[in-house]
Ligand binder design. Structure first.
Ligand code: GLC
Length: 569
């Protein structure tokens, strides 16, 4: 399928973006781990699917102690994933096929294997090398206590003490995430300057944009003060209330403006200005949309949509709050059902509790900690038949809404969270750091099944995949689903084709329809497409119109429970 919107400078306003988690996408060199050549080989599949862009999670050299979000070198490709030449070939092929390329920028922290962190450890306290990170003396008589009470998102303290060359205990360094992910000191001008170079390095290679990891965390209160204690962890809370010293702190805005200027300087190139999408779990929405003002980032993930429960009232509440808030700053809304940090949608929607009810008054604390939410969900039983049915309906809801939509790899195959990975194979740092309380995010990162009847299902040839793949995925391979008119893959392909063909989906016009209410969401897009979602237990009568696509069988002119239909009206 060709992409008529490839060179549209506003491509990102309506784009369907497919997230590739490189470790788990396709293993061309058959070593059990995905790689860049694997992604390139599957680009025709993504072009057939009909996506406008791919976002590739970190592919940089990394000890992979946080799945690659621990970057040791921002200007190279991990030898596990290939070479810079492989990346160039991938970018060129993607563009040939009309697909834009977004990669990850991880600006809050580096890996402890980054040369600047190694230099910092080798240099004395107070040195310029140490000043690129957040080193501090400890509290207590002998500096034996962490400099403040902050806690790591992955559990335990956010500080680790170093050892001086003579073997005595030294200063502490800050890491909001894993011990292997020291936080940068953005107040040191060398850090923003280095990141400007990183942006240009990749933009010059043809990258169309960056997904900005934890885009709300770079700036910190200069005094690094204690924070109110979270009673569950005993450490300073990671809630992001206004005024928090480590999240959404003043200074984040200036950093984002600086990046925007770098990206806008490419406006006159063939590919046009480059774009950003922010990862920020931030409440309330008025704070989040500050990030997508015209001089800051372009889009931001709509995690409310991801976290929302499966009910008409909650989904309507999310639509009602996010679209006008984004319109108020001239930015498109995004829609997202899953990613590499969250329980897969087919599993989440098969749980007795499917998420947060946004139709009731919104609590002010942080919009969600995916690891905690995941731990709560994983503890509940799953009805996968219901979950898959709802995931189909949710896909047709997501893809019908105005703005840009994200597909996390495997969502188009209806893959579920693998909830029974043996404990000794779990790799998420949250598993160790939580004292084995939280299993973490490996269950949504299992390699993709492409073809064949047995593991590794065409992921590689015969190498053992880095996480085990369930035997029953034989029925869910891309190959099996491509041949099945009723499959999830066929549903996604048809939906993306219609989304591209029908002008209604390229407008921002959305009007709720009289049928809306109770357990039903019904809205028109443009002036010719009606979308109806039935969240209730009972079938509802279909309104007049020609059926374009439905997520379930429509018997007796009824829309069954947990189903969506698109109608031409
Ligand atoms: C983001 C990433 C997540 C990672 C964390 C630290 O939330 O999506 O995978 O663990 O940042 O970089």
């Amino acid at each position: 399928m060709t992409n008529p919107h490839f060179l549209d400078p506003d491509w990102w306003r309506h784009a369907v973006v497919y997230q590739v988690y490189p470790r788990s996408f396709a293993d061309a060199d058959n070593d059990g781990t995905g790689d860049v050549r694997g992604i390139t080989e599957k680009l025709p599949y993504l072009a057939d699917l009909g996506v406008d862009a791919v976002w590739v999670s970190p592919w940089y050299p990394s000890p992979l102690l946080d799945g690659g979000y621990d970057v040791a070198d921002h200007r190279d490709i991990s030898p596990d994933f290939g070479t810079l030449a492989d990346a160039d070939a991938f970018i060129a092929r993607a563009h040939e096929l009309g697909i834009r390329v977004i990669i990850d920028l991880v600006p809050n922290h580096s890996s402890w294997e980054h040369p600047w962190f190694k230099a910092a450890l080798a240099a004395p306290p107070g040195s310029p090398e140490r000043d690129r990170y957040l080193f501090r003396d400890g509290r207590g008589e002998h500096g034996e206590l962490p400099p403040n009470n902050w806690g790591s998102i992955f559990g335990g303290p956010a500080w680790t003490r170093t050892t001086d060359p003579d073997g005595t205990p030294g200063q502490w360094y800050l890491h909001l995430f894993d011990i292997s992910q020291p936080d940068w000191n953005w107040a040191n001008p060398e850090v923003p300057a280095m990141f400007d170079d990183v942006l240009r390095f990749w933009f010059d290679r043809g990258i169309d944009g960056f997904r900005v990891d934890v885009a709300d965390s770079m700036a910190k209160h200069p005094d690094l003060p204690d924070h109110v204690v979270n009673p569950h962890t005993g450490f300073g809370s990671n809630d992001k209330e206004p005024g928090a010293p480590h999240w959404d702190h003043p200074g984040v805005d200036e950093i984002q403006r600086r990046w925007r200027a770098v990206a806008d300087a490419y406006a006159d190139t063939e590919l046009g200005g480059r774009i950003f999408v922010a990862e920020a779990y931030l409440d309330p929405i008025e704070r989040l949309v500050e990030y997508v003002r015209p001089d800051r980032l372009h889009t931001t993930f709509n995690f409310d949509a991801l976290i929302s429960e499966w009910s008409a009232a909650s989904q309507r509440a999310v639509i009602d709050k996010t679209i006008p808030a984004h319109e108020s700053v001239g930015a498109p809304t995004t829609w997202v059902l899953g990613n590499h940090d969250n329980v897969r949608v087919a599993t989440r929607y098969g749980k007795p509790t499917t998420g947060r009810d946004y139709s009731v008054a919104e609590p002010l604390e942080s919009a969600g900690d995916p690891i905690e939410l995941g731990a709560q969900l994983i503890a509940m039983p799953t009805d996968l038949a219901i979950g898959r049915r709802r995931a189909r309906a949710a896909a047709l809801l997501e893809l019908a809404l105005p703005g840009s939509a994200y597909i996390y790899q495997g969502e188009e195959l209806g893959l579920e969270e693998v909830e029974d990975i043996p404990e000794h194979l779990l790799q998420d740092p949250a598993w160790e750091r939580s004292g084995h309380r939280v299993r973490g995010r490996d269950g949504c990162r299992v390699p993709l099944p492409w073809s064949g009847a047995a593991s590794p299902f065409g992921f590689g040839v015969d190498a053992e995949p880095w996480l085990p793949m369930p035997a029953h995925w034989a029925g869910l391979t891309a190959e099996a689903q491509a041949a099945d008119a009723t499959s999830m893959l066929t549903l996604y392909r048809t939906a993306l084709r219609l989304r591209r063909e029908r002008g209604d989906f390229r407008t921002d016009a959305l009007a709720f329809h009289p049928l809306d209410g109770g357990d039903v969401l019904a809205f028109t897009r443009g002036d010719g497409t009606l979308v109806v979602v039935n969240f209730g237990a009972d079938p509802v009568t279909l309104p007049a119109g020609e059926v374009l696509l439905a997520s379930a069988d429509l018997a007796d002119a009824k829309l069954p429970s947990d189903a969506t239909v698109w109608l031409a009206v």
